[in-house]
Design a protein around this ligand. Sequence first.
Ligand code: IPM
Ligand code: MN
Length: 353
Amino acid sequence: MDLKIAVLAGDGIGPEISKQGVAVMNAVCKKFGHNVVFTDAICGADAIDKVGDPFPEETFQVCMDADAVLFSAVGDPKFDNNPTAKVRPEQGLLAMRKKLGLFANIRPVETFDCLIHKSPLKEELVKGADFICIRELTGGMYFGEKYQDNEKAYDTNFYTRPEIERILKVAFEYAMKRNKHLTVVDKANVLASSRLWRQIAKEMAPSYPEVTTDYMYVDNAAMRMIQEPKFFDVMVTENTFGDILTDEGSCITGSMGLLPSASTGEHTPVFEPIHGSWPQAKGLDIANPLAQILSVAMLFEYFDLKAEGTLIRKAVNASLDANIRTAEIQVEGVRPYKCSEVGKWIVDWIEQQ
Ligand code: IPM
Ligand code: MN
């Protein structure tokens, strides 16, 4: 297969982990005879510094011309600590989502046995938990009408039927591919937007008779995720609820540094780690590249290249088993490996298969 990949390394540890993701992707493409071409493009604080725009037109064009985007991270403390900053790196992320029409954000919540002790939950609760959260990504309060003056402010949680239908369709289809259990998360006891979500989900459910669909208020879902994470298989929710619940999800696994995500929709899909840009570690070669590397696995799987994805997942597990780990997950008595060493070990392992 011919694959054109836009590489958006961004800020902080982004460039370091991006390099490892690209190296692994190259190794897998070589092994399976795929022809891959990478094109770098700037985004985030890096792009603000260079051209004054966190998602410049040129970067948008590189993304539009590509089959997939391998994204790393954006964000820089110099903007966080400056409330008067007119442009922020995060706006680049929102612009990318909107312009590429990335309405479906797929965030797996999966545990790695060797990291379960890092979970804030009891082992028996979290061991074996494996679900995905599908977050609507281009609507709701993030993009609805906003107003702010000194006395009042509002954000509008606006959703249309087509926006709701298309994300629910993605969710039902994921449920069909997994354990056929879909939980629609909303706040239909209070919010009109949620009532429309629930109404449409109920209209669509009969078309997926094999899927057990249940409906849960978001406050209850937040609680259930820590009480019984194994209850969930596929969860679908609107943008803001999804933002909050996916942070909760990534943290209960104890494996935040290992979790990848995919954003798909109308144009080029984007694959990226769930974690952020960790500016304090920039340039130190200590960041964990596994979430980025697993994003490459998700990328292959998106194109139905299952063996390629599986090989990467096996390589990552092998590196963990061999204790080739970065500092934050290394076991006692074994030296921590650098970001580049973990990446190289995984590339070598793939080449030897
Ligand atoms: C995320 C992030 C973003 C969001 C921020 C950085 C705008 O928290 O991807 O979850 O709120 O969507
Ligand atoms: Mn978030």
